[in-house]
Ligand binder design. Structure first.
Ligand SMILES: Nc1ncnc2c1ncn2[C@@H]1O[C@H](COP(=O)(O)OP(=O)(O)OP(=O)(O)O)[C@@H](O)[C@H]1O
Length: 296
């Protein structure tokens, strides 16, 4: 049976009046690559910090490798890149990797690690002289320095250009292919689609969906209806509308009804296309549904 590496059970975390996580349960099993998706303030960082033992729950329980996350022996099996990191500016890149690795009993090969994250060319440079994106790449690489079993990456590629982002995805994939387990949060839906097998959608501190990428899309059943028309009447069930040149794109949970109404309205249109949604559209539909008043 696959081992559970980390678990939140009915966890609530409050900051004063704000409930950042609301009776949330989640299990991370060995070998998974989980994408944690949610709008600003959904509770993603709070969840990551609870798993890393940096915060304690207001109620409920959190376990990491079968015990309390604050326990140093357990923390040594965990790699983490928080949302914001400060790196010592006077250390050289290789020195910084060695310094972090020295805290772990099992260490990644430094030069291999630098190579994997595209940092070989800057190994002898002082961190203070590097760009924000370069520092971010180092901060992510450091999460892997102690050969962790589980890695938590909180928005790992924020601020990186496309090339650096792709290099980092490759490194995460390679770690996962070697049997590593990863939980990553991201605002880049493309990133979740590119990496994750399981998607957890958080909204207002609650798990709105926890399933495979395909299932999360299927669950909301959202379709994108595109057409060209000079003028469109009011149509039912439109979750979002966008125009792109002369094309109009309508996101809806009931494409059949929308098209019936459109045809019934007698308005001329052409180039009708209906397709499955991207994760972004599915995600917007899930969170929109959560905001909607309960059906009578
Ligand atoms: N230290 C804190 N003190 C007070 N409120 C906090 C604190 N940390 C988080 N919060 C609040 O808890 C809620 C969840 O925040 P959290 O940072 O976990 O969300 P997030 O999903 O990571 O957001 P983002 O995508 O913007 O990083 C927010 O309303 C936030 O303002």
């Amino acid at each position: 049976m696959t081992e559970t590496l980390a678990r939140l059970q009915e966890v609530t975390r409050r900051y004063g009046e704000v409930t950042a996580l609301d009776t949330t349960s989640l299990e991370i099993r060995e070998g998974e690559l989980i994408g944690l998706l949610g709008p600003n303030g959904a509770g993603k960082s709070t969840l990551v910090n609870l798993l890393a033992g940096l915060r304690r729950p207001s109620s409920g329980s959190v376990s990491l490798f079968g015990g309390p996350p604050g326990d140093p022996a357990r923390r040594r099996l965990l790699g983490m890149t928080p949302q914001e990191t400060g790196l010592p500016p006077t250390l050289r890149v290789r020195e910084c990797v060695d310094f972090v690795a020295a805290h772990f009993p099992s260490r990644a090969d430094r030069d291999e690690l630098l190579e994997r994250f595209g940092l070989t060319g800057m190994r002898d440079r002082q961190i203070g002289g590097l760009s924000g994106g370069q520092k971010r790449r180092i901060a992510v690489a450091l999460a892997f320095a102690g050969r962790p079993r589980l890695v938590l990456l909180d928005e790992p590629t924020t601020g990186l250009d496309v090339e650096a982002r792709r290099a980092l995805w490759e490194a995460v994939r390679a770690f996962h292919a070697d049997g590593g387990t990863v939980l990553l949060t991201s605002h880049y839906l493309e990133e979740i689609e590119a990496l994750a097998q399981r998607v957890v959608v958080l909204g207002k501190g609650r798990v709105l969906a926890d399933d495979s990428l395909a299932a999360v899309r299927g669950m909301v059943g959202v379709r994108r209806v595109s057409l060209t028309a000079a003028h469109l009447p009011e149509l039912p069930g439109v979750l979002r509308a966008e125009t792109d040149g002369d094309r109009t794109h309508l996101v809806t949970a009931d494409a059949d009804r929308l098209v019936r109404e459109l045809v019934g309205s007698g308005v001329p249109f052409s180039g009708l296309e209906i397709r499955a949604t991207t994760l972004e559209e599915a995600f917007l539909a899930i969170t929109a549904r959560d905001d909607a008043p309960a059906a009578a």
